[in-house]
Design a protein around this ligand. Sequence first.
Ligand SMILES: [Zn+2]
Ligand SMILES: [Zn+2]
Length: 413
Amino acid sequence: MQFSRTELLKGLAASLMMAALLIGCQATPASCPETESIETTVAGKVFATLTAEVPTSTPVPAPTPTSAPVPYNIYFGDLHVHTSRIHTTAAFHEEFGRGALRLAHLQAREVTQHDFIAVSNHARLLEDWMWQVTLEVADEFTEEGVFVSIPAFEWTASHGCGEHCSPARPDYPDWGHRNIYFRNTESATPLLRCTDPSTDTPQELFQALPGADLAITIPHHTTAARHPFDWSTVNADYDQLVEIVQRRGDYEADIVENGWGMGHVMGIVGGSDNHIAAAGQPQGITAILAPELTRDALFDALLSRHSYATTHGDIILHFFADEEIQGTVLSSRESLQLSGEIESKSGAISLVELVDNGEASVTWEPGQASSLRFERTEQIGEESHYYYVKVTLENGHQAWSSPIWVNLPGVAP
Ligand SMILES: [Zn+2]
Ligand SMILES: [Zn+2]
């Protein structure tokens, strides 16, 4: 179905208003977040009915140019959205499944005004035809330069969620959850499930993936009590990133200790992990630094770890070392020039921390300012270091840059 942007906006706004009216809330949808159901219509056609909250609209800002030109734009989106808590055949019949997937995409593109989305439903609970529908909707909504949908599913291996996640086997290990992303729908594999004996270990999962330029895997909620992540399973080719924040909280301490602290070179992303098709709601957003808004450009940026995470898409965070951007592994050197430019569009910045090998080495408290620039020369000798920047706003929202590594063993000068 083809509709103009204006028609879509009108349809979405009208249907959200309708939902608000139906539950007796006369104000704008944003100010009455609790609803019982949303019926979304586009150009007069109902394409989804979903039980969910009406998400708060939090449009992301247009980035302000940095003092020096950068070789990228900043694109915001949610890489971890589920359309339902259950994906049984009954719940995911053709109309509802396709409608819920479309709703997630419209939500991301028109309400939160994101640039991209990845709907990552649990492979364990999908049937093959549902994956086909997922890929079709991802292609339907991908319009280069406007909005990109990255094909994805989630591979779950943890006992805590029982049948919902992993095989009913008492000896099945808690390897953890990973989302699997594909460069495009052509490179997407059939569903890989932890319940299938041929793909029920991380090693088998990686073997079943296409080349490491076509697929990327991202572990999440690494210390969640019921589904922790086993860091010994990290695959240096595919696990280029780790999710640092989502609705359950942030995993910075664990990533510092068991990820970066153990030498894993992984950039970071944020995701909501909500199960109501509402991108960015709440608490986890990824910013991708890419030259253009295409599937290839976003995927290449993710492969190079050129991304940062926020709890809210209103923080602009540039971080450089010797003019290379966040996520880069630098060749060895004795000193380096670190610089950063931070801008908040929603509240004053209360704290900016420059973190060196897991410890905040410099902090700034800019008072009521909404922007901050810093520049430092670090003498580092021969030791290996990773640096990242952490931003905290007065309103509690946060952002983390991906690290920049230097003097890693095995990286040539
Ligand atoms: Zn999960
Ligand atoms: Zn999930």
